[in-house]
Design a protein around this ligand. Sequence first.
Ligand code: GLU
Length: 296
Amino acid sequence: MNYLGRFAPSPTGPLHAGSLVAALASWLDASAWGLNHPGRRCQWLVRIEDVDQPRCVSGAGEFILQQLARCGLVSDQAPLWQSKRTAIYQTALENLVAAGRAYPCGCSRKDVEQALAAEGVQRPRHAELIYPGTCRAGLHGKPARAWRFATPPGTVHWQDRHLGTQQQDVSRDVGDFVLQRADGLFAYQLAVVVDDADQGVTHVVRGADLADNTPRQMLLQRALRLPTPRYLHTPLVLGADGQKLSKQNDAQALQLGDPLAALNAAAAVLGLPAQSGDVAQALQAWTHQWADRWCA
Ligand code: GLU
């Protein structure tokens, strides 16, 4: 077996302390695997996930690549940009439709809220809407707005390298999720699954905030007959409010006047000791420690 890892930032702003943790962890995992498997093919890629165009900030993708390079984290292939891959996502959607695994949906958000209320479903404020399956059996004369995955019933199990045994009943907890939105843009779930498979990704290392997306992605992999990579979800950086640090709660862009200081902070979240010296030496030292800890 070979190793192909990736870091897949959404360019909704510059890299911040939280996203650097995922970048560093995924880089170290690839580097440690290479150390343990001399002579085997091992690569780490960067993929710019600019599929949700309205949320992307102009120039942020290029800036993230510069920030990563300052930290010694450079993609082994030219970075892939999801905005250029619409035709590939379209083909995947058509395959799902042909297999009876995706269907058009004519419901607006308000329609979904009303259907849930009619069923007496109580929803905590700001919780995701669980689609009640209104259009599964047909559009009832409404025009198609979006495309949804026909989520099969049952529990998905997987073994996360950090979180251990995980499970989720996607049909109960998430429902038939969106693959292509009403504005024509493809959803993250579909794009990430297609790209991980197309690039031959074997190991996904990313923040724990994405752990609950994994079962959705596994169901899509099965429906598209694609392999499932191994998953490791890293601890998150929490802000002063105890919430996950994210662009949404205005996490500060990384100041890279001192890249080693930024890397040391990210390493601390991963339980790795601070290093002195230069960036390359620090990455090398952490690679050995990561290999001992996560790849034994
Ligand atoms: N682009 C996603 C994000 O920044 C991460 C995708 C992934 O690692 O699967 O939240």
